[in-house]
Design a protein around this ligand. Structure first.
Ligand code: PLP
Length: 475
């Protein structure tokens, strides 16, 4: 008898209850509260409850999940969850996660995870081909886009600062400078701060009327910094800015980086996986010219959290940055296998690639392409509807799936109140945005479940925005 295992009987009941839970979650989603008001009493009781000396058992545990955890969880998979850039999980995700937990492969070196090593490599090679990277590219799955960018900038430091592992930044003669746009995600600032570059050495370049990095301003800033004795080092361009979905002029920036010998990282956490559609090559094909790129399978591949990805064009540089001698580990050279501990900062790592690989195998690449194209079309539908509605104004062109708008003449407080009303009526969860200093509302259709009817319902409510929702108060 092992107290940490389930009996045959418990295992059968746990399996049945898990299937029932997943099934009722799936069926109940459209009726769920998108943003349930947390039951503070129940959550306080969770905090107050002592850890039991004797376990409560399978049924009581499932009961507590159903009574307390599920009703107090944000329904990110609801079809009208349209806030932030957060995709609901695809249908195979819970099953792949369960199997990955059972196998518990340690994806650090291949002796502990042979199949996982090959599966991760297969996912990375496929993603590299989507971006258009050469066969020299290597990468690693990460905890998300923010970590991918952090790991990319560490790779760029290692590549550009002589003897970086030994001396770090302590011997650099002049401060290194990183360039990004005013619309860049805060993960770029965070990475620069964490890596010791310092926020004073992050230049936030102005954007053009389409919210894309202004390349002339970038060039001028680089020249000014060189003239002042600083050391321009890296540009982080964005393929899909978090607020408006703008795509920086990647080819022009790549030309400038080549001419100035700067590392080019592309933050494609939001947008780069739209490259699954050939039609996107013109807009974002320049991703292929980056030295490194961040992708986020937990966004446009609808992997369950967490699954980010870093790809580096010259994979040897990624390995050089992270490989340390590990004489106490059983590592053997094997051309089929990759020891991912040599490609990132972690030693123990979970099997993130399994859920990504399983979903692409189960549904096929076309299903993801079609889901993404549907979200693009739905965002255009919402944008067109807003443009056609007197009293509402788009704050930015709809490039990808972010739709930013304002209610003409509304104060920031009134916008906040409208967001709260839409959430309280369960019409939709949208988010706040500031575009070129103007406050407004942002919808982001990163949701494979959203339909035209959902978009029309949101539009209809926005058109009746000053009316109370009526006695039921819900669609
Ligand atoms: C452009 C961009 N970069 C980076 C991130 C951060 O990604 P993650 O939340 O996976 O760390 C996001 C998140 O929305 C994003 O939109």
């Amino acid at each position: 008898m092992n107290e940490l295992l389930l009996t045959d009987d418990d295992r059968a009941r746990a399996g049945a209850r898990l299937l029932a839970l997943l099934d009722s979650h799936e069926r109940g989603l459209p009726e769920e509260d998108i943003l349930p008001a947390p039951d503070r009493e129940a959550l306080t009781a969770v905090l107050a409850a002592p850890m039991p000396e004797r376990g409560i058992g399978v049924d009581a545990l499932f009961d507590s999940w159903e009574d307390t955890i599920l009703p107090n969880s944000t329904a990110v998979a609801h079809p009208r969850f349209l806030a932030y850039v957060l995709g609901p999980p695809n249908g195979i995700a819970p099953y792949a996660e369960a199997v990955a937990a059972a196998l518990n492969q340690n994806c650090n070196f291949s002796q502990l995870s042979p199949a996982a090593s090959v599966v991760e490599r297969s996912v990375l090679e496929w993603l590299a081909s989507v971006v258009g990277f050469p066969a020299t590219a290597k990468g690693i799955l990460t905890g998300g886009g923010s970590l991918a960018t952090l790991q990319a900038l560490a790779t760029a430091l290692h590549d550009r600062v002589p003897d970086f592992h030994a001396t770090g930044l302590q011997r650099t003669a002049a401060p290194l400078v990183v360039y990004t746009s005013v619309e860049a995600h805060r993960s770029v600032d965070k990475a620069a701060a964490i890596l010791g570059i310092g926020l004073d050495n992050v230049r936030h370049i102005a954007t053009d009327s389409l919210h894309r990095m202004d390349v002339a301003a970038l060039r001028a800033q680089i020249e000014q910094d060189r003239a002042e004795g600083l050391r321009p080092w890296c540009v982080v361009a964005t393929c899909g800015t978090v607020s408006t979905g703008a795509v920086d002029p990647l080819d022009e920036i790549a030309d400038l980086c080549a001419a100035q010998d700067l590392w080019l990282h592309v933050d494609g956490a939001y947008g780069a996986l739209f490259l699954l559609s050939e039609g996107m090559r013109e807009l974002m094909g320049g991703c292929a010219r980056a030295d490194s790129i961040t992708l986020d399978p937990h966004k446009l591949l609808y992997a369950s959290l967490e699954a980010g990805c870093l790809l580096v064009r010259d994979g040897a540089k990624l390995r050089d940055a992270y490989a340390f001698d590990s004489s106490y580990l059983t590592v053997a050279e094997d051309p089929l296998m990759t020891d991912y501990m040599d490609y990132g900062p972690q030693l123990s790592r979970n099997f993130k690639a399994f859920k990504v690989w399983s979903a692409v195998r189960a549904f096929g690449v076309a299903a993801f392409r079609e889901a993404n194209e549907r979200t693009l079309a739905l965002a255009r539908r919402l944008g067109d509807g807003i443009e056609a509605t007197p009293g509402l104004t788009l704050l930015a062109p709809v490039t990808l799936t972010a739709v930013c708008f304002q209610v003409d003449g509304a104060t920031p407080e009134e916008h906040t109140a409208l967001l709260a009303t839409l959430a309280a009526e369960n019409v939709a969860l949208l988010g706040p945005v500031v575009v070129a200093g103007k406050r407004g509302i942002r919808a982001c259709v990163t949701n494979h479940r959203t339909s035209e009817a959902d978009i029309d319902l949101v539009l209809d409510r926005l058109r009746r925005r000053s009316c109370p929702a009526g006695p039921v108060g819900r669609p």
